[in-house]
Design a protein around this ligand. Structure first.
Ligand code: ATP
Ligand code: MG
Length: 561
């Protein structure tokens, strides 16, 4: 019924090109949809991977299929179990469950057999040339390659040499196995691509069993085939690999998985190369892979992002066939939108200025009732202590205010959120002339924030009672790079030359006492300040909060322009 209704009202969201492809194959009678997410365990997953995860799992789910998690662990030099564990944690956190957990390394025996099969068919040979010689022999886009002097070895000799490569008789780089395709092929990747290389390094799963390892092109499509993946979705730069992907499947006569490409996610002010992210970690430029300034999923989590907000972001970005760059403010918009619904409100002062309310009784404390979340009635209310001395935000006072400044200034009144109207009577300064304290009076008849005589007070500011305040470290993050595209570096510079010196500003803030019960990972809106999430560095005596995102919505503003 609902489908029909959607059709009639024209509300149905148009399908992206991958949905169209899968929808077509399903309507042709193809019963099964099986996708896979294939990370190389050589680093932590980032927001770009999140996009790919949401796409692979989302498509399968939509068409009643399933998704495998496959670790593309064919290079023992860069891979580690630490990364495997973090990847599993991150996929789960995003809200997805995989059908099968697989490792390309589980297929090494099968891949080896298939390599021998290609040798026997005369479709692969052992090449003794150096890496440099092979590179040069490839030719260029306009010049055909030159065949290797070893290209016409006999099947027997190739089999013998390949077996001895496997047995460990040769050092790293001495020989490779190459597919025998076409040295003049217009697609450079088809000019006898390398299938196997020698690497005498222990593998995190297969130990020292192997000293030859398959290349991406002779592992990825074959793994897809072994798992009977129907739709192998990857990023655009792999479109040139597709003919090779198909060639191996055809020559081996194995299950015909198909590869489809979509545009990778690029975000402004964000760098996503795992190699460069590793550099930031190793050089201690950031606190670790989960430093909230990193684009990794674990960093977003630590910063206070919710899985819902990341999935909503992936959905809004959509799938494109052409490369584009998404504005970082869209990601921030998505987390703000979600936290606005789910985060409880609290009062916290980031940059404190002390206010003494001279006509408020000394030693008296009142409990004022505050609404936890105006977006969600069920979140209820809480009581917050109010007393004679409070902190307000330094920015909420101006000695010489411009017109239309509705906050506190000498002789003027302001409303304290949920409490009273106060009037600034006196400004106390230190020897340097800095304002250090305000003396105010309050209107005892203005409880709950409304005046008894109907006079209008426009400004409302937040506050925290001094004797009850919880002192906390507040970490205010900005982008890690000053450049919109940190990968686009000037000559003689590296991406490290564009680090933002103010990417982390640490402040001491004062929080309402209810926050002393918070746990790491808890998320709040500090009223008028921003969304914050308690950090794992917190101790009972010194809590730490990360600013997830400010309240100002630069994305909506950009859209309105
Ligand atoms: P590296 O940075 O080491 O080259 P990678 O970013 O390609 O690695 P993989 O672990 O090989 O990382 O990627 C796993 C999957 O995630 C692949 O299918 C890849 O296409 C996809 N992916 C990686 N980066 C992005 C991105 N920015 N946007 C969308 N998908 C991505
Ligand atoms: Mg890769």
């Amino acid at each position: 019924m609902s489908e029909i209704k959607e059709e009639v009202t024209g509300n149905e969201k148009s399908l992206n090109f991958l949905e169209e492809i899968i929808g077509e194959s399903v309507s042709r009678g193809e019963k099964r949809v099986l996708t896979r997410f294939p990370p190389e365990p050589n680093g932590y997953l980032h927001i770009g991977h999140a996009k790919s995860i949401c796409l692979n799992f989302g498509l399968a789910k939509k068409y009643g299929g399933a998704t495998n998690l496959r670790f593309d662990d064919t290079n023992p030099v860069k891979e580690d179990v630490e990364y495997v564990d973090s990847i599993k944690e991150d996929v789960h956190w995003l809200g997805f469950d995989w059908a099968g957990e697989h490792y390309a390394s589980d297929y090494f025996d099968q891949l080896y057999e298939w390599a021998e099969e290609l040798i026997r068919k005369g479709k692969a040979y052992v090449d003794d040339q150096t890496q440099e010689e092979i590179r040069q022999g490839r030719g260029t886009v306009t010049v055909p390659g030159t065949p290797s002097p070893w290209r016409d070895r006999s099947v027997e000799e190739n089999l013998d040499l390949f077996r001895r490569m496997r047995a460990g008789e040769f050092p790293d780089g001495a020989k490779v196995l190459r597919a025998r395709i076409d040295m003049a092929h217009p697609n450079m990747l088809m000019r006898d691509p390398i299938m196997y290389r020698i690497i005498h390094t222990e593998h995190h799963r297969t130990g020292s069993k192997w000293c030859i390892y398959p290349m991406y092109d002779f592992a990825h499509g074959q793994s897809d085939s072994i798992e009977k993946i129907t739709h192998s979705i990857c990023t655009l730069e792999f479109d040139v690999h597709r003919p090779l992907y198909d060639w191996f499947i055809q020559e081996l006569g194995i299950y015909p998985s198909h590869q489809y490409e979509f545009a990778r996610l690029n975000l402004t002010y964000t760098m996503m190369s795992k190699r460069k992210l590793l550099q930031l970690v190793q050089n201690k430029i950031v606190m670790g892979w989960d430093d909230p300034r990193m684009p990794t999923i674990c960093a977003l989590r630590r910063k206070g992002y919710t899985p819902e907000s990341v999935r909503a972001f992936a959905e809004r970005v959509g799938v494109a066939k052409r490369d584009n760059v998404i504005d970082l403010s869209l990601l921030e918009f998505c987390v703000r939108e979600d936290l606005n619904k789910v985060a409880e409100r609290r009062m916290a002062v980031v940059n404190p200025l002390k206010v003494v309310i001279t006509n408020y009784p000394e030693g008296k404390t009142e409990e004022v009732k505050c609404i936890n979340n105006p977006e969600n009635e069920e979140a209820g209310t809480r009581l917050v202590p109010f007393s004679r001395e409070i902190y307000i935000e330094r920015d909420d006072f101006m000695e010489e205010p411009p017109k239309k400044y509705y906050r506190l200034s000498p002789g003027k009144e302001v409303r304290l959120r949920y409490a009273y109207l106060i009037k600034c009577e006196e400004v106390i300064k230190n020897d340097e002339g800095e304002v250090v304290e305000l003396r105010c009076t309050y209107d005892p008849m203005s409880g709950g924030g409304s005046s008894s005589d109907g006079r209008k007070v426009k400004g409302v500011i937040h506050w925290v009672s001094v004797p009850h305040a919880v002192k906390a470290e507040l970490r205010l993050f900005d982008t890690l790079f000053t450049k919109e595209n940190p990968d686009d570096v000037e000559e003689g510079k590296t991406f490290l030359d564009y680090l933002n010196p103010d990417s982390l500003v640490v402040r001491t803030g004062y929080l309402e006492p209810s926050l002393s019960g918070a746990k790491p990972g808890d998320k709040f809106q500090f009223e008028r300040v921003g969304y914050f999430c308690m950090d794992k560095d917190s101790t009972p005596s010194s809590p730490v909060f990360n600013r997830t995102v400010g309240l100002k919505d630069s994305w909506a503003k950009m859209q309105a322009k």
